[in-house]
Design a protein around this ligand. Structure first.
Ligand code: ARG
Length: 457
């Protein structure tokens, strides 16, 4: 096949170089964005009289035909094409002859690829945002069922203070809300149109860039032609947003893996979302969550690929930048795959409330409340802290808990202790009393849920 630049060259390209150079395998998925971009460009060229109005209409029609044929499968992508831009233009020219050759007026593949990726990734951002919202909604409905499900809260993986399952899962809803926010910020900065930058130095043709931007649904156009073709910040930024999102999913996954273990037994995953072992008949493994944890590294890798790829590039376009697509598409695909599996897995899991409560009832999780009891009776916190520490040591010695330690033992350490201490340190009191805004008390979590729902709307 003769290359598009054949005029300047006296030899055919080496087939290995052709394969090496070609990006069609991974940029073919942008065909719709590429064609939409060309339709807008051709429309504007016609409106500006840069090409004949009739020819502009023929080009638009031809491009619509190619889009329809690709959608229906009537036209197949040529795996030997250099990239999706050349492929579409070649088909157009083979269908329209000389008219097709006018499409690339006042345009370069450098601004073309830049507009394609922005346009394409914008759609991916919307899909990912929808998936995140669905996940948040799932978490919220789980939370609403578990305002009273007491569980231990941890620091250093040691039982620390009691919380509720609703409060615990809502922490993830908050992280995901920030992910949504970051994603929408990223989409806003991405939604700027580079066409008109051409190869690097703009063009002498009287383009109406505002019109092209409007036709493609971009908020505005780029203000510097060199930057327009060489900016891939939006890829790095999206990969960064997705890396943080994956970090959240991975932390949640890690907890689910722990909660599924016999040591915790806080939840049980539905059979449809777990796997067995080929040798150990008793096993039910949380593979989905482990894969998410594993794939997180992969998305971080994509971010590193993009940042490293960009860091030494002089202005403007360099072929290195073709490497952006595999990395960012991998990040996008991985995230979509992970959330789409994670959400139904979460929605179908069984929460083993009694086990959570039993775990919260041990481990002196109410020691802070015992100290607070003394503080409420007038003792300075540090002194109350010390006395409670001594009480805990005494419990360990007697192999008992604060709830079961006789009042005589309490009184030995402070006269402020009375029978009402047992109520003050009961698990339910510990949780119910933490009704500060943002706390785990049921009514505080219900308010948290309401605020989040308002934001989500
Ligand atoms: N396939 C190329 C890419 O993805 C398109 C831009 C090619 N431009 C060029 N000057 N060779 O970056």
């Amino acid at each position: 096949m003769a290359m598009m630049w054949a005029g300047r060259f006296s030899k055919e390209i080496d087939s290995r170089v052709n394969d090496f150079n070609s990006s069609i395998k991974f940029d073919a998925r942008m065909y719709c964005s590429d064609i939409e971009g060309s339709i807008a460009h051709a429309t504007m060229l016609g409106e500006q009289g840069i090409i004949d109005k009739d020819e502009s209409l023929k080009i638009i029609d031809g491009l619509r035909g190619i889009l329809a044929d690709l959608d229906s499968g009537a036209l197949e992508i040529d795996p030997n094409a250099e990239d999706i831009h050349m492929f579409v233009e070649q088909v157009l020219t083979s269908r329209l002859g000389d008219t097709g050759k006018r499409l690339h007026t006042a345009r370069s593949r450098n601004d073309q690829v830049a507009v394609d990726i922005r346009h394409y990734l914008r759609g991916e951002c919307d899909e990912i945002a929808a998936l995140i919202r669905e996940l948040i909604e799932t978490i919220v409905s789980i939370a609403q069922e578990h305002y009273y499900t007491v569980m231990p809260g941890y620091t250093h993986m040691q039982r620390a203070q009691p919380v509720t399952f609703a409060h615990h899962v809502m922490a993830y809803a908050q992280m995901l809300m920030r992910d949504l926010d970051r994603l929408s910020d990223c989409r806003r900065r991405m939604n700027v149109m580079p066409l008109g930058s051409c190869a690097l130095a703009g063009t002498t043709y009287p383009l109406d860039r505002e019109r092209t931007a409007e036709l493609l649904g971009f908020d505005t156009y780029t203000d510097n032609s060199l930057d327009g073709v060489s900016d891939r910040d939006f890829c790095c930024e999206l990969a960064g947003v997705l890396s943080i999102l994956m970090m959240h999913l991975s932390r949640f996954s890690e907890e689910i893996i722990l909660w599924c273990s016999w040591e915790f037994k806080f939840i049980e995953l539905d059979d449809a979302y777990s796997t067995g072992s080929s040798i150990m008949p008793q096993k039910k493994n949380p593979d989905i969550t482990e894969l998410i944890r594993g794939k997180t590294g992969r998305v971080y890798g994509d971010l590193t690929t993009l940042l490293s790829m960009m860091k030494n590039l002089p202005l403007a376009y360099n072929k290195d930048m073709q490497e952006d697509k595999e990395a960012i598409f991998d990040a996008v695909d991985t995230v979509k795959l992970c959330i789409s599996t994670f959400t139904p897995m979460l929605a179908t899991m069984t929460v083993l409330k009694d086990n959570m409560r039993r775990a919260a009832a041990k481990g002196f999780i109410n020691a802070t409340d015992c100290a607070d009891y003394l503080v409420k009776k007038g003792m300075p916190f540090r002194s109350a802290y010390k006395i409670t520490g001594t009480l805990v040591a005494r419990c360990i010695e007697l192999d008992t808990t604060l709830e079961e330690l006789p009042i005589s033992e309490y009184k030995k350490l402070s006269e402020l202790f009375d029978e009402d201490v047992y109520k003050a340190i009961s698990l339910d009191t510990c949780v119910m009393q933490r009704s500060v805004e943002g706390g785990p008390a049921p009514e505080a979590v219900a308010r948290q849920v309401e605020r989040l729902k308002t934001k989500l709307r």
